[in-house]
Design a binder for this molecule. Structure first.
Ligand code: MG
Length: 263
């Protein structure tokens, strides 16, 4: 898309250049307007609001063949910061808690397609609003964010609320529990495959997400890695397996009972 826009803009500039050499248009040729610079708000969709429903009560325990990524005590055997150093996130009372300014954490193991179970809790001490309230996130292959956010009585743009595939797909329903209550994501992720054409995936990444047992993303296709500003890259970069990452977005979001199965 960017290349196409550049090409069209280039044609416009060329046409303008020819016009300026013509004696008849010497004084009046207006400077062509370029494409508007992208801002975060350009990729936010607020309406209609995602329907709100109430979840059941229970979450899921790990099956026998799962890799346990966090069992409530040890963080250093499976996780590090993004440079491979011990993370500054804290473990307290069986909870793994994001620490402001400490950056993302990621698994030492790398994964492709997976089934992931992860439980999360936004602070009961409610502070901030919209994207500033209980924000964290689960990144598959270091590239694709499943948003974690306090979306209980907290409007934000549809494809930025809890359970969204950030700025790509809004959840089918809002099944968020109250802040301070544990919630679960069960994620089925199918990694992309690559051919020789670097403008399209051979098969694109796909994600299904259940939140608190309710389907909120139904095998949706991701168009590219998560972007805060602008549209996901049209020109893809082939990649192999990647770490599972958890986002530090400045809010003390807690995690527990994290397990994964390779598919
Ligand atoms: Mg986030």
């Amino acid at each position: 898309m960017k290349k196409l826009l550049t090409f069209i803009l280039g044609l416009g500039l060329c046409a303008s250049g020819f016009a300026q050499t013509s004696p008849a248009s010497k004084s009046a040729a207006p400077k062509p307007a370029g494409p508007e610079k992208m801002t975060p708000g350009m990729t936010e969709i607020w309406d209609p609001e995602v329907k709100i429903i109430e979840a059941g009560k229970t979450n899921i325990e790990a099956p026998s063949d799962a890799i346990i990524l966090f069992n409530g005590t040890d963080i250093n055997s499976e996780w590090s910061d993004t440079k491979g150093n011990p993370t500054k996130w804290t473990v307290k009372d069986g909870e793994l808690i994001s620490v402001r300014g400490s950056g993302m954490i990621q698994t030492k193991r790398k994964f492709g397609s997976v089934q992931l179970h992860i439980e999360w809790k936004t602070p009961s001490d409610v502070q901030g609003e919209s994207q500033g309230r209980g924000n964290s996130g689960v990144y598959l292959q270091e590239l694709f964010e499943v948003q974690v956010l306090d979306s209980y009585n907290n409007r934000t743009y549809r494809q930025g609320q809890a359970g969204s595939l950030y700025k790509q797909h809004a959840p089918l329903v809002n099944v968020c529990r109250k802040p301070g209550e544990w919630q679960a994501y069960d994620i089925i992720y199918t990694a992309p495959t690559f051919g020789n054409d670097t403008t399209v995936y051979l098969t694109p990444p796909r994600i299904t997400v259940l939140q608190n047992g309710v389907l909120i993303q139904n095998n949706v296709v991701l168009r590219g890695p998560t972007e805060y500003i602008g549209i996901p890259e049209y020109f893809i970069k082939p990649h192999g397996a990647g770490s599972l990452q958890l986002q530090d977005h400045g809010n003390p979001v807690a995690y527990r009972n994290i397990w994964i199965r390779e598919l």
